[in-house]
Design a protein around this ligand. Structure first.
Ligand code: CP
Length: 305
């Protein structure tokens, strides 16, 4: 496997291997000297056409912990803002000897285009493409769950499924790993074609809570991708589909509350829920470094079959 573009085309064995390696990488992060020489001499370019905090910083940290040279490049402040195309940008980075390009782009399929057009020989890692996929987010979510729960996990994903690349990547990966995945959202935020996904769908959050899922994953309302109203107003959304103080109190003690970040506190999740002992939001961020170290290691040392 040369690239990581989606979880839909990741086999179960490949996913499990990445999660196993992430466990070893987490051990490195607990050492006093948090560094391995594994990728010395390799160059990793973070190419971000959309804003990011967690993904960009954790890929940079992951590459540095493996001793790679890292360049972080955001569209703002680069020649992209002068109109340079994805092709010319990719070829420029290839000419500088990039071994891996971590790309986040607003267009679904952008990472695949980079991987398939032959503009670069670098390994391409999808760090989020439009509403399509965000595979390393799903891997870090699965890694966070795996540390706490074993077989047969029931995961309820709630919120803006329509615009969520995190939901898509999680549905495919979690199903392949044996989880039961249930989606909950207003009908307007459920994508066309969801029947073909390996998940079930509901519209009532309170009913979903009564089923006592092992994990509730709240999604961010992606206002920046909404060009018309998908729900009456924010207060009504929070009342029907938000994880508020009352709903979080009804959850079983062991239920994990996840959110990929960034969070809209008071909209899809209350501060009480986000900061509760059930919340794994910061644990997910820490998992992200280990998982991204595993992905860079596997793709750049060529050991992932
Ligand atoms: N979860 C996630 O992708 O966060 P960022 O947009 O901050 O990278």
């Amino acid at each position: 496997m040369k690239h990581l573009l989606s979880t839909q085309d990741l086999t179960r064995d490949q996913a499990v291997r990445l999660l196993d390696i992430a466990e070893d990488m987490a051990e490195v992060s607990n050492r006093e000297v948090k560094k391995l020489p594994t990728l010395r001499g390799k160059t990793v370019v973070n190419l971000f056409f959309e804003d990011s905090t967690r993904t960009r910083v954790s890929f940079e940290l992951a590459a540095k912990r493996l001793s790679a040279d890292v360049i972080t490049f955001s569209a703002k402040g680069s020649s992209v803002s002068k109109g340079e195309s994805l092709k010319d940008t990719a070829q420029t980075l290839a000419a500088m000897g990039a071994d891996a390009i971590v790309v986040r782009h607003g267009a679904s399929g952008a990472a695949q285009v980079l991987a398939e057009r032959g503009w670069t020989n670098a390994a391409i890692i999808n760090a989020g493409d439009g509403t399509h996929e965000h595979p390393t987010q799903a891997l870090l979510d699965a890694y966070t769950m795996r540390k706490r729960i074993h077989d047969g996990v029931a995961v309820t994903i709630v919120g803006d499924i329509l615009h969520s690349r995190v939901a898509r990547s999680n549905v495919w990966l979690l199903a392949s790993l044996g989880a039961r995945v249930h989606l909950v959202a207003p009908a307007t935020l459920i994508p066309i074609g969801v029947e073909a996904w390996p998940s079930t769908v509901g519209y009532d959050f309170d009913v979903a809570i009564d089923f006592k899922p092992d994990v509730i994953m709240m999604l961010r309302i992606q206002s920046e991708r909404m060009n018309h109203a998908y729900f009456p107003n924010e207060r009504e959304y929070a009342r029907q589909w938000g994880l508020d103080d009352e709903r979080v109190a009804r959850l079983p003690v062991a239920t994990m509350v996840m959110h990929p970040g960034p969070m809209n506190r008071g909209l899809e999740i209350s501060s009480v829920a986000a900061d509760s002992y059930r919340s794994t939001v910061l644990e997910q961020v820490a998992s992200g470094v280990s998982v991204r170290m595993a992905v860079l290691y596997e793709l750049l040392t060529g050991s992932l079959a």
